[in-house]
Design a protein around this ligand. Structure first.
Ligand SMILES: CC(=O)N[C@H]1[C@H]([C@H](O)[C@H](O)CO)O[C@](OP(=O)(O)OC[C@H]2O[C@@H](n3ccc(N)nc3=O)[C@H](O)[C@@H]2O)(C(=O)O)C[C@@H]1O
Ligand SMILES: CC(=O)N[C@@H]1[C@@H](O[C@@H]2O[C@H](CO)[C@H](O)[C@H](O)[C@H]2O)[C@@H](O)[C@@H](CO)O[C@H]1O
Length: 390
């Protein structure tokens, strides 16, 4: 009896060790690009990995750094709430009462339909789950590109870099055809709201950001009866998107972005910021492209020839100005008098520390910062200003 028990303990210990070592090695392989077979180098790399494992025992992914890793920046940790769900799904379609009340005021909707009935009807039509972005795995390194619509993408030649990501997230009316060398051709997810809807390729997941109950009802009618054709502007009666490809941005997540990341500034977050924070929650590495003014300080879209592009200009004050590469590798020249801050960067590789620095930096900025004479600038719009200033 005792012998059997001893054998079981031995067996259990062996299996336990085997699993631990295998997962460590797998994790190690994913994180480290082995560039040398020099045994000394390998030992150094391995011990570095071991040190990391001890310091961060429960790493959320296998990238060298994972966006959601805690303990690297207090600032980031204070804002990032892992428990917030970016999606509404058929299994999790509950909006907490306080979030619902807040969301209802965003666009001052008169006599909204009952939200529970609306969601029930919606998830009776779309499944709202099963998208690859909804699944997580600690053994992979999920790299995402968030592509904003700025004219600074023109002549950037970022296309190849953008397309190298596992997931490419675009937004609103952004086209790729004709702009491939600068913005890439790959799109895995596209953020829209009814007023910014555009047709997309069959394999693209459409993430609808609802700002009002009517937006959720529009999805239903756009897939069925085609009865809604006007919100505050004309919207398409019908959409050609597979039901399985439609995902719903969680209104409670909009409130979280507003409170934690915008710290209650402005009215509600822009599509750009909603997309970025969303990516922080579903990706392990996030690179940001196409935010901010172009090299001449113009705030147009990359597909437009209108340099002073109307309404948008008024929604982008103040902005984030950012580049991880430049923060890591270069001095940041600032022009105190004009508040000009230049970043010479290819893309913004996001780290908790960087994001922290940038947000603090921009929240402090009172004036609109202008960017002059520099190609490849990265800036990130922070929030929509109060309604009266539009
Ligand atoms: C007239 C109007 O309402 N314009 C808004 C448009 C418009 O509704 C859609 O394009 C649909 O046509 O949408 C917005 O944004 P828009 O679609 O312009 O751009 C998406 C995000 O890209 C970033 N951006 C864009 C242009 C630029 N020069 N610099 C940038 O940083 C911003 O982060 C922006 O959020 C929006 O929803 O946020 C904001 C714009 O104010
Ligand atoms: C230019 C403007 O502010 N238009 C507003 C409109 O704002 C837009 O809402 C969009 C979502 O529906 C999105 O957030 C975009 O970035 C905003 O510019 C709405 O607030 C609308 C509500 O009735 O009123 C328009 O004047």
């Amino acid at each position: 009896m005792v012998a059997v028990r001893k054998r079981n303990v031995k067996m259990f210990t062996f299996v336990f060790l085997l699993i631990t070592i295998t997962s460590f090695v797998l994790n190690y392989k994913h994180q480290v690009t082995i560039t040398t077979w020099d045994i000394k180098q390998l030992i150094i790399q391995f011990s570095e990995q071991f040190r990391k494992l001890i310091k961060y025992p429960r790493r959320p992914c296998s990238c060298t750094t994972c966006v959601s890793e805690r303990g690297r920046s207090l600032w980031f940790d204070q804002r990032f709430n892992q428990t917030m769900q970016p999606f509404l799904t058929s299994r999790d379609a509950l909006i907490p009462e306080d979030s619902y009340r807040w969301w209802l005021k965003l666009q001052g909707e008169k006599s909204p339909k009952n939200i529970n009935d609306t969601l029930k009807e919606l998830f009776g039509i779309i499944p709202g789950d099963g998208d690859p972005l909804q699944e997580r795995d600690i053994f992979t390194c999920r790299r995402c590109a968030v592509v904003g619509n700025s004219g600074n993408l023109r002549q950037s030649q970022y296309g190849h870099d953008i397309d190298s990501h596992d997931f490419v997230l675009r937004m609103n009316r952004a086209p790729t055809a004709g702009f491939e060398s600068d913005v890439g051709s790959k799109t895995t997810h596209h953020f829209v709201y009814p007023e910014s809807y555009k047709e997309m390729a069959e394999n693209v997941s459409m993430i609808v950001i609802p700002f009002k109950t009517l937006d959720l009802r529009w999805i239903v009618t756009a897939l069925t009866t085609g009865t809604i054709n006007f919100t505050y502007v004309p919207v398409p009666r019908k959409i050609k998107v597979k039901k399985e490809k439609i995902l719903i941005y969680n209104p409670a997540f909009i409130k979280y972005v507003y409170e934690n990341w915008l710290q209650h500034h402005g009215r509600y977050p822009s599509t750009g910021l909603l997309s970025l924070v969303f990516a922080l929650h579903v990706c392990d590495e996030v690179n940001v492209y196409g935010f901010g003014a172009d090299s001449r300080g113009h705030w147009h879209h990359y597909w437009e020839n209108n340099p002073s592009a109307g309404a948008f200009r008024q929604t982008v004050s103040p902005q984030f100005l950012c580049s991880l590469k430049s923060l890591q590798n270069e001095e940041i020249p600032t022009d105190d008098a004009g508040g000009t801050i230049h970043f010479h960067c290819q893309s913004w590789r996001l780290s908790a520390f960087l994001l922290g620095t940038l947000v603090l930096f921009c929240l402090k900025g009172k004036q609109r910062k202008t960017l002059n004479n520099l190609p490849r600038l990265q800036t990130l719009e922070l929030y929509l200003p109060p309604l009266q200033s539009l």
